[in-house]
Design a protein around this ligand. Structure first.
Ligand code: FAD
Length: 355
């Protein structure tokens, strides 16, 4: 079988690894000149760790990442609740979320793919396709035309593959601009915890450790570092930027011989840290469908999973960023109540880990 994967992000690389593990060698093309240096997704959930175990990728990720010990909620600098992770009977064999910058996750996947005999062709952009009952003809940059049995579009939120299929990407764009910073810092108070600070007027700031004395700060305010209500001794700013958020999902993840996976099929806010994980699970399911021959299963199963994740992520985003004083009070009171109850703390921890 001859498969082209467009996009060497987490979804495309996982598809390559999981197909190669099953004896199906795919070619990956990416328009970038080389591996990514962006640290976008930092939280790897237990299901992803389980899915990436057979290829040996999980062992490397565990070696490089930080196990998140707890989720801490603050209102300004008042601590509302601490939710310890690490349940006594962890599902999938993992009781923590692993914190690792996305470029390191991608490097581990790319190395596993090439070790299994796969090829990544960088500086090669997908430009178009046409398909019939037996094959897909693909145009790549420079006008090269190549023929494949199947194509997987894992080319991110602005997917050209999705565009070439003429598929809509229904949903909406959130009006606000979010900010992000990747910093080195000294003596941060919660070096192994995920910290969410609720700010006035619907603002939030989220701090996640991504290395020794290195943190990621995200906020729905214009300047992530200025928004911080807790003291952080920043020794170096590695990267600062702003981004916007769309909440969208394609109606079908397949059109004949072409499949969509990852952000090409769904996108939502980084609240809850699920986007990359959802793409990894899409790719694993798709590889399993190629192995079993049940290709019809893919779109149905992954559309349902995507819709559930988007709904969950939107629920949390709306609660955390509510501007209405009554909704804010309810959220604060709910967090304090959960924080005070061992049972509710463990239920909430399960939601973070496995929801
Ligand atoms: C600030 C931020 C924080 C986030 N935090 C988290 C988190 O903690 N946990 C989490 O799970 N998710 C998180 N996410 C989401 C996560 O980063 C994305 O869901 C993930 O990168 C999607 O992976 P992907 O492989 O589908 O697409 P991408 O990572 O976007 O990769 C697509 C690839 O396709 C290539 N490409 C595009 N067009 C073409 C073309 N025409 N031809 C060839 N190649 C092409 C691109 O160069 C790129 O390499 C976060 C996102 C942001 C912005």
């Amino acid at each position: 079988m001859n498969i082209l994967i467009v996009g060497a992000g987490p979804a495309g690389l996982t598809a390559g690894v999981e197909l190669a593990r099953r004896g199906i060698t795919a070619t990956i093309v990416d328009q970038r000149a080389g591996g990514s240096t962006l640290s976008r997704a930092v939280g790897i959930v237990p299901l992803s760790l389980k899915l990436l175990e057979p290829s040996g990728v999980t062992a490397r990720l565990l070696d490089e990442g930080i196990s998140m010990q707890a989720v801490k909620f603050y209102s300004g600098n008042d601590q509302l609740a601490t939710i310890p992770l690490g349940p006594s009977k962890p599902k999938y064999g993992y009781g923590h979320i692993l914190m690792l910058p996305q470029d390191q996750t991608e490097a581990a996947l790319a190395d596993a793919f090439t070790a299994l005999g796969g090829t990544i062709r960088y500086s090669t952009a997908f430009e178009g396709l046409s398909q019939d009952d037996g094959a897909v003809a693909v145009t790549l940059s420079g006008g090269a035309c190549e023929t494949y049995d199947y194509v997987i579009g894992a080319d991110g939120i602005k997917s050209s593959v999705r565009g070439a299929l003429g598929l809509d990407y229904p949903g909406h764009d959130l009006g606000e601009t979010w900010s992000i910073a990747d910093v080195n810092c000294d003596g941060w108070a919660n070096p192994e915890d995920f910290t969410l600070c609720i700010l006035p007027a619907g603002g939030i700031a989220v701090i996640a450790p991504i290395g020794v004395d290195r943190c990621r700060v995200i906020s729905n305010t214009p300047d992530a570092l200025k928004s911080l209500p807790l003291p952080m001794n920043i020794t170096q700013i590695n990267r600062e930027g702003q981004f916007t958020i769309s909440v969208r999902q394609v109606g079908k993840y397949r059109k004949d011989r072409v499949f969509l996976a990852g952000d090409a099929a769904h996108c939502h806010s980084p609240v809850g840290g699920r986007g990359m994980n959802l793409g990894i699970a899409d790719a694993c399911e798709l590889a399993a469908c190629f192995e079993s021959g049940d290709l019809d299963r893919y779109s149905h199963v992954r559309h349902k999973a995507g819709a559930q994740t988007i709904a969950g992520s939107e629920r949390v985003r709306k609660m955390a960023t509510a501007t209405n004083p009554v909704r804010r009070m309810i959220f604060h009171t709910a967090l304090k109540t959960v924080g005070a109850s061992r049972f509710l703390r463990s239920k909430m921890a399960e939601g973070f880990l496995y929801g």
